[in-house]
Design a protein around this ligand. Structure first.
Ligand code: FES
Length: 145
């Protein structure tokens, strides 16, 4: 194969493969990206949500949330993914801490790291209480669809 012919074919192949990738991306963008969205979750009244429990967990697509009552009675929610390496944390009612068993991470009742390798606080989820009905509403950002 002559050198000129080789380069012509190389240019054609590059153009075709580049166009193919652009076409694929245009037609099926979800192949290349993970769609993130936000979610509004209406849980019900405090009595419905907690019954006799001090906390509950809730799964939203790829995320687990821990919803609990604070000592002053307010409802709080946290993403249950440890900020060190993503292992699940558990709420320890007796110590008022979140524990991560993977590497011994401990977060206080506000999700602030107090021991172990985590340096960032747990992600707090925005909670609102509907005044008219008393329903608890969670606003969760970046939920994979
Ligand atoms: S993943 Fe939680 S302490 Fe490492």
């Amino acid at each position: 194969m002559k050198r000129r012919v080789f380069f012509e074919q190389l240019i054609k192949f590059s153009a075709i493969s580049g166009m193919s990738l652009l076409t694929l991306f245009g037609l099926f963008p979800s192949i290349f990206t993970t769609k993130k969205t936000s979610a509004k979750l209406v849980l019900g009244t405090e009595e419905d949500v907690f019954n006799q429990a001090t906390h509950i967990t809730k799964q939203i697509n790829d995320r687990t949330l821990i919803i609990k009552k604070s000592t002053d009675g307010a409802v709080e929610a946290f993403d249950a993914s440890c900020t060190h390496a993503g292992c699940p944390v558990r709420w320890n009612e007796a110590d008022q801490t979140f524990l991560c068993k993977c590497h011994g991470g401990i977060f206080d009742y506000q999700g602030i790291p107090v021991a172990g390798p985590p340096k960032k606080p747990l992600q707090k989820i925005h909670v609102q209480k509907r005044e008219s009905s008393g329903e608890i509403i969670l606003y969760v950002m970046d939920v994979s669809a």
